[in-house]
Design a protein. Structure first.
Lengths: 290, 283, 265
């Protein structure tokens, strides 16, 4: 599902002493099927941006197009279309409330009045997508699971609505390295298998570099940089100016290029670790001819 | 006991109640000493026993087997409990759930009030502690208005005011953004360097361990490895086996080295850059 | 959404009233309330009205904003007025219609009683408008301190109140977040029958309770780690200090007592 923002602004608590502009005239297009990394500091507007996607927030001015639905300051996203946009908040395990895992995952689909048999099938399917065994976990209390499992149940709860767009706010926050890899690989697999449009909000440049095919860098309510990862990572100075890091791979390449003569320099598109290693191996192991 | 050993764990074990009523061991036969004034990092994935170990170090938990000694004080001695807790400060993971005071100064005062410090002296100690963490201009601020990193710094100030000898950061950076993480880590390093404070940083970010004097790797309730960062991170495969990562430079060098590229072990990115460039230029 | 709701109705500022010690403000309110009940003629009421208006000026808040505090109680005031006009008899008869009369004493009482209520509410709103909940708790704790000697756990109560104040904003944010998360899962909190809407609160209430308990547990651990062991042997940071402003409040109080005592009949 294609997503377009056309000159969207959002002002919190307009007309009160607490008034604050959170989004400032944002225009962008996210093609259907892309995996977009959204990067920025706390307060840069990224949370506000994603909450516009399923009508939790309305634009103060401008217009948002989701597939063929149009949201304007006066026109809400119809309830039925909300389920096309799956929103996974930070620490989503904090939203679990049912007695059993199966009931919790069914909450979303039931809210959209899907028939019972269909809901059951979807619960089973989505629990299995996130790597949990339906038979053993369905009747357990979500509160007795480990932190990582709870997070996957919460993710399944969103996937069970079979969204076309998946929006994730810091899905790896607070997890250990193994847990981070498991959840991200899972998301990436779902993204490809279900042909979703995925938006990943993250603080980690490494995560963004690894999975995203398009990056949005937010700062002070505006899109500071956008483009393919290799394009965005070329602006090392601009990113530093926004006190954002570049991925370690990019930092390494740029440090090396400062020491190397131009003809021996490394291409700046080497932001994925495996590609960087492959490139270095190639250059280092083959003896120079002549 | 050696005088330099501030903290010692001798054959410590601990179990907790599992879901179905049986006792699950979380720590078994842990032997450790931590030197005064050192910066120690404890790595381990979730459930490796590292947080239990932290709680044993300031008598929030008591060992079921073995002894925990802090400056020679046995944590099992109830009389010494308050003295031990004053000596060993703890910063927890969730910045929101450890700030007690409704304002920054109230929170820093909390530990001092518990110790029964004279109100006149309290004022000076609070100001001093807030200066040491760089939060002196937030005296009257309300905690919920602060960033995650700032909240953790306030928590550290609350401990500093109690004049401790050790600060344990129990995954204190896990919930912070990269900026907050840097803030807290730099502060910990600065307190270690300038005030001679012993720091124990429990974390799962391998990058945080690069600058420590000693790295301890926990796995399944046991000390798996113990040594300098270079010694520990040199064993990339062994760390990978227990689900732990290594710093980027180490990982990259390992990938190249294992394919036959002649690179010495490096810990820091700058060294790696130098070595690889040298190789590239001589090819 | 929720985070924009001000807690209490404190409006931060730097006025004389904002900067006076909460203890003197609290004590003054008690004195003023007593004086309101001692006032019994036009002159004394005029003095009190004049004083309240002057205090309102000192707060540097807009008068209309302060008067808004009367909004929740104006029905009560109206009711009192009507009641007195109907029931209280005596003095000149102003109006007669069948058995129904409006007499001098009735009108007098109606005016005085509604003034009492109004002044009481205005002056206490001035307190809450110019004193942060934190300072208010602190002031109360200090004033009630002596009660500790007769076994009332003032320290513990004060700590409970201050922790509550500390966590209200955090829990409000949390509520906001949970509402949004469940809305994103298709929950509908604004339409449907009353029963359905009550049922809809479960997906919000349970996560909120779970999180509050988790926070309480972690907080207890953090407090213990920092050497908390109950109120015994505890000292308190002394944040409140009397300044010249409190001297003025004291002088104003004495003058007010003398003036009201002199003019009342």
């Amino acid at each position: 599902m294609q997503i377009t923002f056309d000159q969207v602004s959002h002002i919190y608590a307009k007309g009160t002493p607490f008034e604050r502009v959170a989004l400032h005239n944002i225009s962008l297009t996210i093609p259907s099927g892309s995996f977009v990394g959204i990067i920025g500091h706390t307060g840069s507007g990224k949370s506000t941006l994603i909450q516009h996607l399923n009508g939790l927030l309305m634009p103060s001015t401008g217009q948002i197009t989701l597939g063929d639905a149009v949201i304007t300051p006066k026109r809400r996203l119809p309830h039925a279309q909300r389920r096309d946009i799956g929103l996974v908040f930070q620490y989503p395990e904090h939203q679990l409330f049912e007695e059993t895992v199966a009931k919790d995952v069914a909450f979303g689909p039931l809210n959209f009045d899907l028939p019972t048999e269909m809901v059951e099938a979807r619960v089973k399917e989505s629990l299995e997508i996130v790597g949990l065994d339906y038979a053993t976990i369905k009747d357990r209390s979500p509160f007795h699971l480990s932190g990582g499992q709870m997070r996957r149940v919460a993710l399944a709860g969103v996937l069970a609505m079979q969204p076309k767009v998946l929006v994730l706010d810091e899905p790896t926050a607070g997890l250990d390295p193994a847990g981070r890899v498991t959840i991200l690989e899972g998301i990436y697999r779902i993204h490809r298998e279900q042909n979703l449009t995925t938006l990943l909000v993250t603080h980690s440049m490494e995560e963004a570099a690894r999975y995203a095919d398009y990056l949005l860098v937010m700062a002070q309510g505006q899109v500071a940089l956008q483009g393919k990862p290799e394009e965005v990572f070329m602006h090392v100075d601009r990113l530093r100016e926004l006190s954002l890091d570049v991925p370690e791979t990019v930092a390494l390449v740029s440090q090396m290029n400062q020491l190397l003569p131009d003809k021996a320099s490394l291409p700046s598109s080497l932001y994925r670790e495996e590609e960087l290693i492959a490139h270095l191996l190639e250059r280092l192991s083959v003896p120079k001819e002549g | 006991m050696n005088e330099d050993n501030l903290l010692a764990l001798r054959d410590v074990s601990y179990t907790y109640d599992g879901e179905d009523g049986q006792r699950v061991p979380v720590l078994q036969g842990v032997d450790l000493t931590i030197q005064k004034g050192s910066f120690v990092s404890v790595l381990g994935h979730n459930g490796s026993g590292k947080s239990t170990m932290a709680k044993l170090m300031n008598a929030l938990l008591l060992p079921e087997g073995g002894t925990v000694l802090i400056s020679g004080m046995d944590t099992k001695d109830g009389e010494l409990l308050w003295e031990i807790r004053r000596h060993v400060g703890m910063v927890f993971q969730n910045p929101d759930n450890q700030i007690v005071g409704a304002t920054v100064e109230d929170d820093v005062a909390f530990g001092l009030e518990n110790m029964g410090v004279d109100p006149k002296e309290m004022r000076d100690r609070i100001d001093e502690a807030l200066v040491s963490v760089g939060m002196e201009s937030y005296l009257q601020a309300q905690p919920h208005r602060l960033s995650g990193g700032q909240k953790q710094r306030v928590a550290i100030a609350g401990i500093m005011a109690m004049r401790p000898s050790v600060i344990i950061l129990d995954e204190a950076t896990a919930m912070l953004d990269p900026q907050g993480r840097m803030e807290v880590l730099n502060l910990a390093r600065q307190l270690n360097r300038d005030e001679g404070l012993t720091i124990i940083n429990i974390t799962h970010f391998p990058e945080e361990a690069i600058y420590s004097d000693k790295v301890i790797v926990m796995n399944a309730g046991e000390v798996l490895m113990e040594g300098t960062p270079s010694e520990v991170f040199n064993e990339v495969d062994r760390l990978k086996q227990v689900g732990l990562d290594v710093p980027f430079a180490v990982r990259l060098r390992h990938a190249l080295h294992s394919k036959g590229i002649d690179l010495p072990f490096v810990l820091h990115q700058e060294e790696l850059v130098e070595h690889v460039c040298k190789l590239l230029l001589t090819k | 959404m929720l985070q924009n709701i001000a807690i209490g109705q404190y409006v931060p500022g730097q006025s004389f009233l904002h900067r006076a010690d909460p203890r003197s403000k609290l004590l003054f309110i008690i004195l003023f309330a007593t004086l309101i009940f001692l006032a019994n003629n036009t002159v004394t009421y005029a003095i009190l009205i004049g004083f309240t208006l002057y205090a309102a000026l000192l707060s540097r808040l807009s008068l209309s904003y302060i008067l808004k505090s009367l909004k929740p109680v104006w029905i009560l005031i109206l009711f009192t007025v009507v009641l007195h006009i109907f029931i209280t008899k005596g003095g000149t008869v102003y109006f007669q219609w069948g058995w129904f009369t409006v007499e001098e004493e009735g009108v007098r009482q109606a005016i005085f009683i509604s003034l009492r209520l109004g002044l009481l509410i205005l002056i206490s709103s001035l307190l809450t408008l110019t004193t942060s909940p934190i300072d208010l708790t602190e002031g109360l704790e200090r004033l009630l301190g002596p009660l500790g000697k007769i076994g009332i756990p003032v320290h513990d109560i004060a700590l409970m109140m201050s922790i509550a104040l500390r966590f209200i904003p955090t829990l409000m944010e949390e509520t906001d977040k949970i509402i949004k998360a469940q809305t994103a899962r298709g929950a509908n909190f604004t339409s449907g029958s009353l029963v359905r809407r009550a049922k809809n609160l479960i997906p919000i209430a349970i996560p909120l309770f779970v999180s509050a308990f988790r926070r309480a547990e972690e907080l207890a651990l953090a407090m213990e780690a920092r050497g908390y062991r109950g109120g015994v042997g505890r000292t308190r940071l002394n944040k409140l200090t009397f300044t010249w402003r409190d001297g003025i409040v004291a002088v104003a109080s004495v003058i007010l007592v003398i003036v009201i005592g002199w003019w009342r009949t």
